[in-house]
Design a protein around this ligand. Structure first.
Ligand code: PMP
Length: 405
């Protein structure tokens, strides 16, 4: 555990003060903090190696290209897939848009797109667009009162509706629930559905093995996994990936262009037109390197210990209502205090240096199903400490006292 406590010092942001108080960062679900090695890598690129990739024959460009492509192999290894199945995107949002728009031409008015009630807007709105354009219908895998996915009902829906697409989040950004996606993928494969998993929240905490999961598509965002913003990935089984229609067009993704028409290259180039986020990719490479040096089991155990520590103390406060699955969770706690507005408590907590998120967390349908306006959300990562939680709980108790008078 002491080794983990040391890791905190790798994250320079964490050593500052907010409102005169030491920063307590409990918002890793929104974006993770970045270790110094990631910041250094980006700085190095611009100060020593800046050049475009896949274009120049000069050494600087060749160097940038080989580093850029090396990170693709690093990520592929991390996910246990082949590197030609990994596309760089601007984030999980863009990845989901590429998939939804890429399958739209194969959908018709008889088809069902099945998503869960726990989805982030990024895994709802692109499907609504696909449904509008194709005439397909969207159906929702339900949750129970606590906000946990009803797996028997979800599997029955997959078997009965035989959806063309089954899209589900690996872990809920609002509640932290880890969904048993292997079961959903297995059931969906039996009815030949295209399986799409949103791994934006799961990537850092669960280190998914995609060759085991065997889904068709899996997406994530670098910034939620110690990397920079503006970068994400789209994994797709090679044949499924190539079968998607193109999303954006331009340079580099083409095979041959005449004034009349163009032909496209195979994945991943097919989905990477224009100059990519080179510094972002290199920074993410440093993040993956950093993660590869840490034992995932030790990290996971530590995060779970922190989670239980925080959960127990929250549960002990009279009037706190906690939502979601507290048994299978990535370390994210959504809660309210009686019927007080989440916004007021979040503002007070900020004055104690506590950074957490409040609101609907880009899951308005889920929040509506829970019958609330929003929640306060603590989302933990391995660089948090027990002291962070003690400080947060003390500040929360003081905030409640102020609010409740
Ligand atoms: N899915 C989930 C579950 C998320 O938490 C997020 C980000 N909050 C996204 C998708 C979208 O990620 P990004 O904003 O990085 O594209």
């Amino acid at each position: 555990m002491n080794i983990i406590a040391e890791l905190r010092h790798d994250f320079p942001v964490l050593s500052q003060s907010i409102e005169g108080q030491p920063l307590i960062y409990l918002d890793s679900g929104a974006t993770s903090q970045k270790p110094q090695c990631v910041i250094d890598e980006i700085n190095d690129f611009y100060s020593k190696n800046n050049s475009n990739v896949h274009r120049g024959l000069h050494s600087l460009s060749e160097n940038a290209t080989s580093k850029y492509e090396y990170v693709r192999t690093q990520l592929a290894k991390f996910l246990s897939v082949n590197s030609k199945e990994v596309v760089w995107t601007s984030g999980a949002t863009e990845s989901l848009n590429i998939i939804a728009s890429g399958v739209t031409c194969d959908l018709n008015s008889q088809d069902i797109i099945l998503i869960s009630a726990l989805e982030h807007h990024a895994n709802i709105v692109p499907w609504q667009q696909a449904a509008q354009e194709s005439g397909a219908k969207i159906a929702i895998m339900p949750i129970n009162k606590q906000g946990i996915l009803d797996i028997p009902a979800a599997i029955a829906m997959i078997e009965d509706l035989k959806p063309k697409v089954m899209a589900c989040t690996h872990a809920s950004n609002t509640l932290g629930n880890i969904n048993p996606i292997a079961k959903l993928i297995d059931a969906a494969k039996k009815v030949n559905a295209i399986t799409v998993i949103d791994g934006a929240q799961a990537f850092l905490h669960l280190r998914p093995n995609l060759s085991q999961l065997d889904c068709d598509f899996y997406v994530g965002s670098a910034h939620k996994a110690l990397g920079p913003t503006g970068l994400g990935f789209l994994y797709g089984k090679f044949d499924k990936l190539n079968a998607l229609s193109v999303f954006k067009t331009g340079g580099e993704m083409i095979d041959k262009v005449t004034y009349e028409s163009s032909s496209y290259r195979e994945a991943p180039a097919k989905f990477e037109p224009g100059t990519p986020n080179i510094s972002g990719v290199l920074g993410f490479g440093a993040a993956i390197n950093y993660l590869n040096k840490l034992d995932p089991i030790v990290l996971h155990q530590y995060e779970q210990t922190l989670y239980s520590y925080c959960l127990n103390q929250l549960q002990a406060i009279d009037g706190i209502i906690i939502y979601g699955d507290t048994q299978n969770n990535i370390g994210t706690i959504s809660f309210n205090y009686r019927d007080e507005h989440h916004y007021d408590i979040a503002m007070l907590l900020n004055s104690y240096g506590i950074a957490l998120r409040s609101g609907h967390h880009c899951t308005q349908p889920l929040i509506a199903e829970l019958g609330i306006q929003g929640t306060l959300r603590v989302s933990l990562a391995f660089y948090n400490s027990h002291n962070d939680i003690d400080t947060f709980i003390t500040a929360l108790k003081s905030s409640i006292k102020l609010i409740a008078g």
